[in-house]
Design a protein around this ligand. Structure first.
Ligand code: NAP
Length: 276
């Protein structure tokens, strides 16, 4: 008997911009799996109905992107601890007549750092996270899970940073962007999660020369791949990690759940996604 054809996809509105089909298509081919992964446009008003249709059509699950991440969490029967804490889901698995919701952004962020900066360890010291949006929430959660002793959040809208700090509790504090200079000397992990520095967005203007020589600097913006923040960090001799790997690693748990094989993030995939 032949192998069952396995179907998955990514749902969003709009969905044309998604790079996920390149990632999953590469892994399907690399692993010789009989399956498909496609872009599926779902209008917000139809989210629940269209997800039920995917289940009826035999899909094994889907990635979820803007604007459906909260709706995905709300309709799930089983929610992972990390999705619950992050308050949004980017990965749904349909199995045993249930919808399972996960959030893999944080684990993707950490796996990327571990792969590209093996000497880095969250436990080495305080982290400073710039930004307080959806990505920041996932990253703060995962930094704490990895044992970061404390996390400082700086955001343009300080009230949003404070809300996140209150949510995560004791080891997390909020500061204004103007105060960033005062905490750099104590920072071992600096993460930009704002959209500053991205093509079409304003620059991130920040002098990071006060960071310790042992600090790691990472930017989750990946267009351009080497942001001005990373250039500055490199010129100071600091460890740096760019953001494309987070996108690749966050896709691993979904692929494994839907297609039954744990895929690897390698340079071929990286180049394929960057050149697409
Ligand atoms: P979001 O929820 O919309 O948050 C955006 C953040 O950027 C907020 O903290 C916002 O500050 C800040 N910001 C935006 N414009 C700003 C400006 N002009 N000046 C100062 N701060 C500004 O978005 P998100 O989902 O967290 O994503 C943030 C960035 O990460 C995006 O560039 C996204 O493409 C990237 N990202 C990358 C990956 C990856 O896999 N590498 C994954 C997810 C996201 P306010 O709160 O003050 O508005």
């Amino acid at each position: 008997m032949g192998e069952t054809f396995k179907k998955a996809g990514v749902v969003g509105w709009p969905i044309e911009q998604s790079k996920s089909p390149i990632i999953h298509g590469h892994w399907l081919e690399q692993n010789g799996i009989s399956g498909s992964y496609e872009k599926i446009a779902i209008e917000p008003a139809n989210f629940e109905k269209d997800i039920q249709s995917l289940i009826a059509d035999g899909y094994r699950g889907c990635n979820v992107t803007i604007p459906h991440k909260e709706a995905a969490l709300a309709m799930a029967d089983v929610v992972s601890d990390r999705a619950k804490a992050i308050g949004a889901s980017n990965t749904l698995v349909f199995k045993d007549d249930k919808i399972h919701a996960d959030n893999t952004d944080g684990v993707g962020f950490i796996s990327n750092l571990k792969q590209l900066a093996p000497k880095w360890d969250a436990k080495l010291g305080p982290a400073l996270v710039l930004g307080a949006g959806g990505a920041a929430r996932a990253i703060i959660y995962s930094l704490l899970q990895e044992g970061a002793p404390s996390v400082v959040i700086a955001n343009r809208t300080q009230a949003k940073a404070q809300t996140l700090a209150d949510f995560f509790g004791d080891h997390v504090t909020a500061i204004t962007m103007d105060d960033v200079g005062n905490v750099l000397a104590d920072t071992q992990t600096l993460v930009n999660t704002t959209s500053l520095g991205m093509v079409g967005q304003p620059d991130l203007v920040l002098d990071i020369s006060a960071l310790p020589k042992t600090a790691l600097v990472t930017d989750i913006v990946y267009n351009p791949l080497e942001t001005d923040l990373l250039k500055q960090a490199k010129s100071l001799g600091l460890m740096t990690v760019d953001g494309i790997g987070m996108l690749l690693h966050q896709a691993v748990p979904g692929f494994e759940a839907w297609f039954g094989t744990r895929p690897t993030v390698d340079d071929v995939l990286r180049e394929k996604v960057l050149s697409a």
